[in-house]
Design a protein around this ligand. Sequence first.
Ligand SMILES: Cc1ncc(COP(=O)(O)O)c(C=O)c1O
Length: 372
Amino acid sequence: MKVIVPFADVVGEWQPVRAKALEGIDRVFSHGRFVGGPEIAELEQKLAGITGARFAVACASGTTALQMAMMALGIGPGDEVIVPDFTFIAPAESALLLGAEPVLVDVLRPSGLLDPDELETAISSRTKAIVAVSLFGLPANFEAINSIASRHGIPVIEDAAQSLGAGLEDRRSGNLAGLGCTSFFPTKVLGGAGDGGAVFTNDEALAGALREIRDHGQGGKYHHLRLGMNGRMSSIAAAALLARLDRFSRALDRRRSIGALYDRLLEPLRETGRLDYVRSPDMAGSARSQYAVVLEDREALARGLREAGIETAVHYPAPLHDQPVLQHCRRSGRLETASMLAKRILCLPIHPGLTDEQVNLTVERLGVLVQA
Ligand SMILES: Cc1ncc(COP(=O)(O)O)c(C=O)c1O
């Protein structure tokens, strides 16, 4: 089957900055500082500018960023870390790798974001951090989450892996909590030429701790002050990202206009009650990294779209509480929304190279299938 509407276009997204990225990589080959080159500090400065955070610490991946953030908070055995039940496994996995216990909490409908009421119920005397994910590009309700957390004296980490560039009122994603973590996985809003990530904070002491943790806990050469890891980003990865940053705001604008077009075209279908889409009153600030619809009989619809040359994906096919590796985790409440979303969610193509015609075609086909 010929693909008419591809789900993602990693090669196409690099095209306008490919030559510049290759020049930057070539410079790394000339200076030879493949680890810790000047590209890292330059990238960190630009990333801090995007989020408004005082400090950005570039690292090896979004998962590394989450683990480093938890290590900087001193999380370890016996501690609990609250994570949403409907997201990628990385926050739960990072807690487990440190010997802590993830506690799974339900999300809201129709936003798919951490439910602040359920969060408050889940807090125990062992809770040492709360991870709220800005899922599909849309910031979680940090006003409510930060206020609950500060009442209990618990630090908050924003998992901004999918939401770099998003805004919530006058603040930007990555800088919506005490610590923010993002990912530069190639299909993310700011996709890298390989793995990469960053941690953001306004706290100088935490930033210092993060830099030490990233480099084997070293305060000076071979002087290990704390437990760390090799969490570094390569200079080549940073050089490629610096080139990609040139087009970042343009790409973000295009994602936003595609998202708004989907919303407008899908609204009549939503009114029939046959389909819903992930949304919230803060949608205008979303980085629109995924466009998710919620419908019955997802597999048949995905098949119908595929037969028409339209690719889709399922993020995520199971709530975390159904993952074999997380069976022993404490669950708070019934986690019904996470289960429902995992059964019914379907992500439609959204990337800067998509044309309005492709969006129209996707919605048209979806409408026919949903109403058949
Ligand atoms: C919500 C979320 N958190 C964390 C990660 C982990 O990022 P990485 O793949 O860079 O380790 C991802 C990446 O898929 C993600 O989507």
